[in-house]
Design a protein around this ligand. Structure first.
Ligand SMILES: O=C(CO)[C@H](O)[C@H](O)COP(=O)(O)O
Length: 232
């Protein structure tokens, strides 16, 4: 099975957790988009849900496919968020933000009673950090913020290139109007310490470590679907 087929399988399994009447957070990225396509079929067949998208890109796809949308201002409490991830470890700590939507993704996940991650097995890791950690930063004071991030990482025993994400020769700009620094720290043995350090940097808007947010991860692999649950 190719990677896209695995993403579809994970998305299909997640759809089994969606019930009529639910208020859904809807993630961003290629796996989340497979979920949107399957969800749209259910909606067309009469399922009654409302979704809060985690990016303009997801919102556009939902509109195109007829998935009813709301906002967190209209619908501040959600039943379930389904989203992809760049990395998932066995304790359900995540790296997210490869698609640049980490801020809205985290706000939506935090507003949800449950979050289910959908991914193919390439995303499952023993220790987070192979994927560069996206850090969303305010445009103001970029160089100072980068230095402060390096100091925060150093205090957590980490170092590595801090690369401003570019697109078409220009800095990538998030839906919130911020920049993203991709931090190649390598293995992150203590994500909580790094998270706390990054949150103490004023220019950091948010980072892509999602800790204690996911309740389950549906992982599709060559041998089928497995679900990783959060330790209770
Ligand atoms: O965090 C994300 C976007 O900000 C995505 O969930 C993450 O990048 C995974 O994307 P994909 O399903 O395309 O591999």
């Amino acid at each position: 099975m190719d990677a896209r087929a695995l993403k579809i399988e994970a998305a299909r399994a997640a759809l089994g957790h969606v019930a009529d009447g639910m208020r859904l957070g809807i993630g961003t990225g290629s796996t989340a988009e497979e979920f949107v396509r399957l969800l749209a079929e259910k909606v067309a067949a009469g399922m009654n849900i409302v979704g809060v998208p985690t990016s303009e890109r997801t919102a556009a796809l939902c509109r195109e496919l007829g998935v009813p949308l709301s906002t967190l201002d209209e619908t501040p409490g959600l039943d379930l968020t389904i989203d992809g991830a760049d990395e998932v470890d066995g304790q359900l700590a995540l790296i997210k933000g490869g698609g640049g939507a980490l801020l809205r993704e985290k706000i939506v996940a935090a507003a949800s009673a449950r979050m289910i991650v959908i991914a193919d097995e390439s995303k499952l890791v023993d220790v987070l950090g192979r994927f560069p950690l996206p850090i969303e930063v305010n445009r103001f004071g970029l160089r100072a913020t980068r230095l402060a991030i390096a100091r925060a990482a150093d205090a957590a025993g980490l170092s590595g290139p801090l690369t401003l994400r570019m697109t078409n020769g220009e800095p990538f700009v998030t839906d919130g109007g911020h920049f993203i620094i991709d931090a190649s720290f390598g293995r992150i043995p203590d994500p909580r310490a790094l998270s706390n350090g990054l949150h103490a940097v004023p220019g950091v808007v948010e980072h892509g470590l999602f800790l204690g947010l996911a309740d389950a991860a549906i992982i599709a692999g060559a041998d089928g679907i497995r679900t990783v649950h959060a330790a209770s």
